[in-house]
Write a protein that binds this ligand. Structure first.
Ligand code: ADP
Ligand code: MG
Length: 208
């Protein structure tokens, strides 16, 4: 079962992963954006961790809704409301249960991803965070490790795509050949989730 501590770990791990990867996220956001994705998410997830330590919400749903609210209020870029909506909607779907099983979480996260698609009007293939979020949540029915791997592959597969949403879409054909920063950070979310669940690393899979 997944409790509030599990979800706190997920978000703390995400904040750490964002810190480690901020420079790359901003670099990816340079040719097809405005070079702020790393700093946007660093600001947002730092605020999330601070707030979770201060308010100590007691249920999985409350942890995610509080985190989502923080992202929306601290991140100016498009990714703030989108990730904020992802977490808030997922948290809302979990209700006030003190613990949830993996299948329930997978259904809730699907609702969160659907809400991101509704808010941003994007679909898989548009070269956005959905290109990692959708394969990630699809594979969550298998395992946390499978979700991490699928999200990562989805992020890498954005490189040849033409951007149809967000800032990168202003570039038209010139958006081709660059990996999407938001899909890359979405893969980090799934990496942090697998880490919170103690899933074996991809390189360890099959070694007992
Ligand atoms: P901004 O584009 O406002 O500077 P960020 O740089 O923080 O915001 O985030 C950019 C990322 O947000 C993109 O790489 C893309 O993955 C994601 N994104 C932008 N617009 C949308 C949208 N309409 N739907 C889904 N994701 C989007
Ligand atoms: Mg940007």
């Amino acid at each position: 079962m997944l409790d509030a501590d599990f979800f706190r770990r997920w978000l703390t791990n995400t904040a750490d992963a964002v810190d480690r990867t901020a420079a790359l996220l901003t670099e990816l956001d340079s040719p097809i954006g405005d070079a702020d994705h790393g700093s946007n998410l660093q600001r947002g997830f730092t605020a999330v961790v601070v707030t979770l330590e201060k308010e100590v919400p007691e249920t999985p749903g409350a942890v995610l809704m509080l985190a989502g609210r923080q992202l929306i209020s601290t991140v100016g870029g498009a990714s703030g409301p989108l990730y904020g909506t992802l977490l808030r909607r997922t948290g809302k779907a979990l209700g006030d249960a003190p613990e949830v099983d993996e299948a329930t979480f997978a259904v809730a996260l699907r609702a969160g991803v659907d809400a991101v698609a509704a808010l941003g009007g994007a679909a898989p293939g548009d070269k956005t965070m959905l290109d990692a979020l959708v394969p990630g949540v699809d594979a969550l029915d298998t395992s946390f490790g499978a979700a991490r791997d699928a999200a990562r592959e989805g992020a890498l597969a954005t490189t040849p795509l033409l951007a149809r949403k967000g800032r990168a879409s202003y570039l038209g054909e010139r958006s081709i050949g660059h990996q999407d920063p938001g899909a890359t950070s979405s893969a980090l979310l799934f990496e942090a989730l697998a880490e919170a669940a103690g899933a074996p690393r991809a390189s360890e899979a099959g070694h007992g």
